[in-house]
Every structure is written in structure tokens, then in C-alpha cells.
Design a protein around this ligand. Structure first.
Ligand code: OOG
Ligand code: NI
Length: 461
């Protein structure tokens, strides 16, 4: 008997959370802040309970996570794609961060269908280093050489991947071993694979290059719980002296949340033992990579809604980006034209909705051509509609998170380098289009709702 991939992912998500709590005590503090502010938000506004209906109650909601890793080579990316597939996680979306001066491109590995998302929505934001964007040729070759000898998966993990692929799944014992083995890949290592001198040279090119190339594996650099009130959580972070980012990334505060709002606190400085250089003793230095982040998720936008979001965000950011004074005010006034009630978002097809027949509904409402019309069914109270939650990421926000954690020592854009094709070649498969996934969920829910009403109507007739 094979264990369902959803179960393996759940186990992995729990194991990751336990490991990260032990590795980064500040993460436990962050969970505490999120738990506290979620409870306060619910006490002040009990209607918020309807928002968390998707997850299994508040406990899960508080730590419904995403995390992020960065890999060094196409082969590493392709191996991880196989690992994640065993846990029911597939590559979704393409994020080009080179436009923000970060030499990586990324996708998110995540479950794609509604039931799986409900079991455990773990998403892993996965970035691939783009050495080709690095000018210093000697260093580029050295970095490639260092990465070529690294193995990020244990022999046992590799054997279990092959077994799962050959047999179409894993037994319970094998699944448990698989989770334990894969966890090792994402663990923090406080000893580097390079000398302090090499580290400094890599760091000189870009902090991210040093982070990816110097270590044994792609340590997770943050694990993000989900909050109901990110403004309150941000204020609580500041109250407790956590160095929170000054600006919350994403849309402004609204009645109907859309997409994703995120904030983070700065990376920790951690002691690292570098490889000894010749006869010399190993040097102890430091590295900053791991940080804390929280997020608030809202409705997934359609292509039309997303185009509006992108243009309003761009106009609010202007030349100065989010750094200039008065950013929050600029953002709020730019977004004044983005409808902020669920009905308008749905009727104007700005956001995706999940439709359900109201219990006992038996009156399919037709349009003028005699076709059953979903909007009229909603108006007539036969069908309910609630926003589908956004499960993905936002490139501008991700760039802001990257930058703030690289200590502000950012650089300008790498030119004209979006390359989804190169990313997919490395991955070994095309990435899935997030809009298609939401649209499919929406259409399936409409069909199911209308089918049920039609059946009730026939039964009654
Ligand atoms: C990933 C940063 C992006 C998000 O939530 O947008 C990210 C990284 O720093 O590796 O996690
Ligand atoms: Ni993140």
C-alpha cells in the first residue's frame, strides 16, 4: 500500500516546522506573535472565522507555511523537482528576480488541486542561481567547479526517489525514511565548503552567490506563517524589538484582501567555520542568510485583475520604489480605483471565485438565451461565491524581501534576462501557469454547483 503524496507532504511540512523552530528560536517567537494577533483579530471581528474555513481551524492557519531555498545548478533543481513530485508538489509560475538585481530565477513547488491544498498547502519558493549573470569570469568558473562536486541529496534519498518513481509511490516505512532524508537537504550547516577567502570573493560579487555556493546544501532561509492581520503583527514585531522591514510588500490594507501582503525581519548573523586554507587553522566568520517573514493572503486575481494590480503598484512605486517617503499613502491612493467588495470583484471578473450551490437550491436561473447563468444564480441566492485564495508569490514583493535581507546592498537590474525557457530546461519540465490552475478550480466549482441545482430541480419536477 502506498502512502498518498498529500500525507507525505503533511509529514514533511510538520518536520520542517519542528526543525526550523529548533534552528531559529526567533521563528518560535514569530509564531507566537502570529498566534496572538490572530486571536486578537478574531475577537475583534468574529466574521473573520469564515476566512479560515478552508484550513482545519485556527491552529493550522497560524502555521500554514511557505519556505524558500536557493539552489546552485540545473541538476540540483531537477532533482528537487523529482523529490517534490513525490510529495504532490509541482512547479508553478516563473519569477524573474534579475530585474531587481538578484541573480536568480524561481518557481514555487506547491500542491495544485483543491483537496491537496486543503490537506497541506506547503509551498517552497525555489530559486536557481544564474552564474551566467556574473561578470568576473574567473570567479564564475570557480563557483561552477565548487558546485559541481556538491551532492545535496543523500544516497538513500536518491534511492527512495527512484523507488517511488518505479513503483508509483512509497510504503509508510519508506515514506517516513524519505521525509527524514529529505529534511537533511534543507538543514543549516555551520561549516562552509569553502575557505574564508573564497567566501569573501563570492560575497563581493553578490551576497546571494556566497549563500548558494559556500554551503553543503540549500538550507531553508525562512519559513513563513500566515496571519489574519499583518498590520497588527508588524506592529507587534516592532514592539518586541524585531527588526521588521519598514514597508509591507504587496497591496494596501483593504476590506477584501487580494493576493499577498508580506513583511519580514532582517537576517540573523550566524557563526560559520570556513575550510582551513593550507596549513592555517579553520577560520570562524559569520554569514547572514536566514530571516523571518509573515504573510496575509487574499483573493487570487484573474489576468485582468492582475494587470490592474501591476499597473497600480507601478504607479505607486514610481521611480523611488517603496523606499521613498509617503509610500503607504501613494499606494492607498493608487489602489482607490481597485474595487473593494467581493460582488464587484466577481462581476468584473477581477478575481477568481469558488462557487457552491446553496443547500436545497433547486431553481437554475437562465439568461436571455435560455442558458443557465451563474451570475443570476448567485443574485437569486441559489449559489454562493467566495474568493479563491492566492497560493503563489509576487515578483516585486519577492525582490523586496530578497533586497531587505541582503542588507540593502542591492544592485541595479541585470539587463534583459528573463529566461523562462532556460529555467524550464534546467527544471526538466515546463512550469504550470497559476492562472490556469485557479481558473480550473473556478470552472469546476461552477459546473458542480449548477449540476447539483439542475439535479434538485429534476428531482422536484
Ligand atoms: C526568497 C524570497 C522570496 C517570498 O515570499 O516572496 C520569498 C529568498 O529570499 O530566497 O520568499
Ligand atoms: Ni517568503
Amino acid at each position: 500500500m502506498h502512502v498518498p503524496p498529500d500525507t507525505i507532504r503533511s509529514k514533511f511540512s510538520d518536520a520542517l516546522s519542528c526543525m526550523y523552530k529548533r534552528e531559529v528560536p526567533l521563528y518560535a517567537e514569530l509564531l507566537d506573535i502570529v498566534r496572538l494577533t490572530n486571536e486578537r483579530a478574531l475577537a475583534a471581528n468574529p466574521a473573520l472565522w469564515s476566512k479560515i474555513a478552508r484550513a482545519d481551524g485556527l491552529a493550522d492557519y497560524n502555521c500554514e507555511p511557505h519556505c524558500a531555498i536557493r539552489v546552485g545548478t540545473p541538476a540540483e533543481l531537477s532533482w528537487l523537482r523529482r523529490v517534490f513530485a513525490i510529495m504532490g508538489m509541482y512547479p508553478v509560475g516563473y519569477y524573474d528576480l534579475s530585474v531587481a538585481g538578484v541573480p536568480v530565477h524561481s518557481c514555487a513547488f506547491r500542491p495544485t488541486d483543491r483537496t491537496s491544498l486543503e490537506v497541506s498547502p506547503l509551498r517552497v519558493f525555489t530559486s536557481l542561481l544564474r552564474l551566467e549573470l556574473i561578470d568576473d569570469e574567473e570567479l564564475r568558473l570557480q563557483a561552477a567547479e565548487i558546485l559541481a562536486t556538491r551532492r545535496i541529496l543523500s544516497d538513500r534519498a536518491i534511492a527512495l526517489v527512484s523507488l517511488a518513481e518505479a513503483e508509483g509511490g512509497l510504503s509508510l516505512d519508506d515514506a517516513e525514511e524519505f521525509v527524514g532524508q529529505v529534511l537533511e537537504t534543507f538543514r543549516w550547516h555551520d561549516s562552509a565548503r569553502v575557505t574564508a577567502e573564497t567566501y569573501e570573493r563570492l560575497n563581493g560579487v553578490h551576497r546571494l552567490v556566497a549563500d548558494v555556493v559556500s554551503f553543503k546544501g540549500p538550507h531553508i532561509n525562512h519559513l513563513t506563517p500566515r496571519t489574519l492581520d499583518i498590520d497588527a503583527a508588524q506592529a507587534e514585531m516592532q514592539l518586541r524589538g524585531l527588526k521588521a522591514k519598514s514597508v509591507i510588500e504587496g497591496p494596501p490594507r483593504r476590506d477584501v484582501d487580494i493576493l499577498l501582503r508580506q513583511t519580514s525581519f532582517q537576517a540573523l548573523s550566524e557563526a560559520i567555520k570556513f575550510l582551513p586554507d593550507g596549513e592555517a587553522e579553520a577560520i570562524i566568520g559569520s554569514h547572514t542568510a536566514r530571516f523571518g517573514e509573515i504573510e496575509q493572503r487574499g483573493a487570487a486575481l484573474t489576468r485582468k485583475g492582475r494587470a490592474l494590480y501591476d499597473s497600480l503598484l507601478a504607479s505607486a512605486r514610481g521611480e523611488a520604489g517603496a523606499a521613498g517617503p509617503g509610500y503607504v499613502e501613494r499606494l492607498e491612493s493608487a489602489f482607490a480605483v481597485f474595487p473593494d467588495d467581493a460582488d464587484t470583484l466577481r462581476k468584473e471578473r477581477l478575481a477568481y471565485f469558488y462557487y457552491e450551490a446553496v443547500p436545497g437550491a433547486e431553481w437554475p436561473v437562465e439568461d436571455n438565451e435560455g442558458e443557465i447563468d451563474i451570475d443570476r444564480c448567485v443574485e437569486a441566492g441559489q449559489v454562493s461565491a467566495r474568493p479563491i485564495i492566492y497560493e503563489d508569490f509576487l515578483p516585486v514583493s519577492a525582490a523586496g524581501i530578497f533586497q531587505s535581507n541582503l542588507g540593502g546592498k542591492g544592485r541595479g537590474a541585470y539587463e534583459g534576462n528573463s529566461s523562462q525557457y532556460a529555467f524550464e530546461m534546467a527544471l526538466g519540465v515546463p512550469v504550470l501557469d497559476p492562472f490556469d490552475l485557479y481558473s480550473r478550480i473556478e470552472v469546476a466549482s461552477q459546473e458542480a454547483a449548477l449540476r447539483l441545482i439542475a439535479r434538485n430541480a429534476i428531482r422536484k419536477a
